[in-house]
Design a protein around this ligand. Structure first.
Ligand code: GAP
Length: 514
């Protein structure tokens, strides 16, 4: 745990030190769970959004984009169920006065048992060496089986109690598991209560005539209310999808863990409209396709897993999370939800407008079913950033901090460095920047010794450093150094564009999804 905490602290301080993420309104001591993306962060975030947009919208003939407003008619949220059911179960510790999500306390308890299982596996690997068979060990070791049974029964009971709105049993479960307040260690808990997560605001100039509005808690509803507009004007045929990225707002209770859980965040969502009865097929298809998208970034299959939901949201008939191994353990990164016709039917009912599709092949109208993929952009940012941050011990026993971002997402693709600040080298370096900047985001850096500049670019995640030296003047060649291998090669200036392109272009990364 201590190690995980240390790693996470390093991630947060690196994000600040290298201009990726700042606390919002820091000069006023910050605003809790609200963050600003700085000069490098905004580039990384944009690149992740572009990578998603390319894969989800531009690579699919039957998926189109949308940019709906954040403000929506308030009845939207009555129809969607958010006014009545978008609640978190809350519990307060009477001694520390700290407020927690009851389900998160229980999930954290289970995560600790999970850590115990991992320890047992590590011990067994040491004991059995080469002969170790993990699957067999997990299915036969009595201690591991006991831990697994504890996790399963605990989560199943929690899911059932939440489903039945039996909040007294959720509290009882916390007491039976002897869960204590992480801050004070006290087990003195209040009852569990429901708390609505939407932020309210007002539209209009005068208090009497103002209309109560909500800041959208998800982007999906902007897609549902535009379903027919897009279908008709785009002449879309089922199955088809509408995708959008944009801000969402939730008054989160457990607003810790940096940009993992924010009060203002960005979602990348796609609603795929399908024929009723085909939802199982599309659910599997999108689970597989979204996992392939993640794996294409090369962050290691071991870092991902599916978690199929036991407690389904009010709109879903099946749901699964893609979980990622964050520095604080496996947590939800993306949701794939089979949302049935819940949303379109609810909007039909509340608006009095028909939201149906006429299927020319079947010669009949129906309300489409919907398959949703929904990922938090900030959470994806954290997954990528925390996985990329590494401390390496080099051959000469020095260490280097390197941010091994997938190069397609790196804020700067190359930094051009004149070896010295004289002899015409800066001029040549700036000419190279001018040549490359049409195709890539390129940095220029002339301050400090070249070794320090390499380290700075490593820590910033820049895949290539291009050094201009005195030989450049003679033969038009430069040294190109790779961030991950630190290998250096002498190449012609005119070869640079192709070398960089080969490594950073979206095409070669997304090809890995095939
Ligand atoms: N339209 C469905 C929906 O909103 P969700 O599971 O509540 O489903 C989808 O959210 C994704 O949005 C999550 O998997 C997560 O990546 C991201 N997300 C949700 N709440 C968040 C928060 N408070 N801060 C950052 N990301 C969040």
């Amino acid at each position: 745990m201590a190690n995980q905490d240390d790693k996470f602290k390093k991630v947060i301080s690196h994000a600040k030190e290298y201009g990726y993420v700042f606390q919002s309104s820091e000069i006023y001591d910050g605003l809790s769970a609200v963050y600003d993306y700085a000069q490098n962060g905004v580039e990384l975030k944009k690149n992740i959004r572009d990578y998603w947009w390319k894969a989800m919208v531009q690579m699919h003939g039957n998926i189109v984009g949308l940019d709906a407003a954040i403000f929506m008619h308030p009845t939207t949220w009555k129809a969607s169920g958010h006014v009545d059911a978008f609640n978190d179960p809350l519990i307060d510790n009477k001694d520390s006065k700290k407020r927690y999500r009851a389900d998160v306390l229980i999930e954290d308890y289970c995560a600790k048992i999970e850590t115990k299982i991992e320890k047992e596996v590590k011990k067994a690997v040491k004991r059995f060496g080469e002969a170790f068979n993990k699957a067999e060990f997990m299915s036969t070791n009595p201690r591991v089986l006991g831990y697994q049974e504890k996790i399963e029964s605990t989560l199943a009971r929690m899911a059932k109690s939440l489903e039945n709105e039996d909040l007294a049993d959720v509290k009882l479960l916390i007491e039976e598991l002897e869960i204590s307040c992480p801050l004070s260690g006290s087990k003195n808990w209040t009852d569990v209560k429901q708390f609505n997560l939407m932020f309210g605001t007002k539209l209009g100039a005068s208090a009497e005539h103002a209309m109560d509005l909500y800041l959208r808690p998800e982007t999906a509803q902007g897609i549902f209310v535009n379903f027919l507009n897009v279908q008709k004007t785009g002449r879309m045929k089922i199955p088809f999808g509408i995708a959008q990225t944009g801000k969402a707002f939730r008054n989160e209770i457990v607003a810790r863990q940096f940009i993992f859980r924010m009060r203002e965040f960005e979602q990348m969502e796609m609603q795929f409209f399908i024929k009723p009865g085909t939802q199982k097929k599309w659910y599997e298809y999108w689970k597989e396709t979204r996992m392939k998208w993640h794996l294409s970034l090369g962050m290691g299959a071991d870092n991902y897993r599916f978690h199929d939901h036991e407690k389904l949201a009010h709109y879903a008939d099946a749901a699964s999370d893609i979980e990622f191994k964050f520095p604080f353990g496996f947590k939800e990164l993306e949701g794939i939800h089979s949302r049935t016709d819940f949303d379109l039917k609810a909007h039909e009912e509340h608006s009095g407008k028909k939201l149906q599709y006429f299927d020319h092949e079947d010669n009949k109208s129906y309300t489409p079913y919907v398959l949703e993929t929904s990922i938090g952009l900030d959470r994806m940012f954290l997954a990528i950033f925390s996985n990329a941050l590494q401390e390496e011990t080099l051959e000469n026993n020095t260490t280097r901090t390197v941010l091994k971002l997938p190069s397609v997402l790196a804020p700067f693709k190359a930094a051009v460095l004149p070896l010295v600040k004289k002899d015409g080298l800066p001029e040549i370096a700036k000419e190279i920047v001018d040549m490359l900047k049409w195709d890539f985001n390129v940095a220029y850096d002339e301050k400090d010794a070249v070794g320090r500049r390499y380290r700075r670019q490593d820590a910033n995640g820049t895949p290539f450093c291009i050094t201009v030296d005195h030989d450049t003047k003679k033969d038009n060649t430069v040294t190109i150094r790779h961030r991950d291998t630190m290998a250096q090669k002498r190449v012609k200036i005119e070869e640079l564009k192709e070398i960089i392109k080969e490594e950073v272009e979206i095409r070669s990364w997304l090809m890995k999804m095939k």
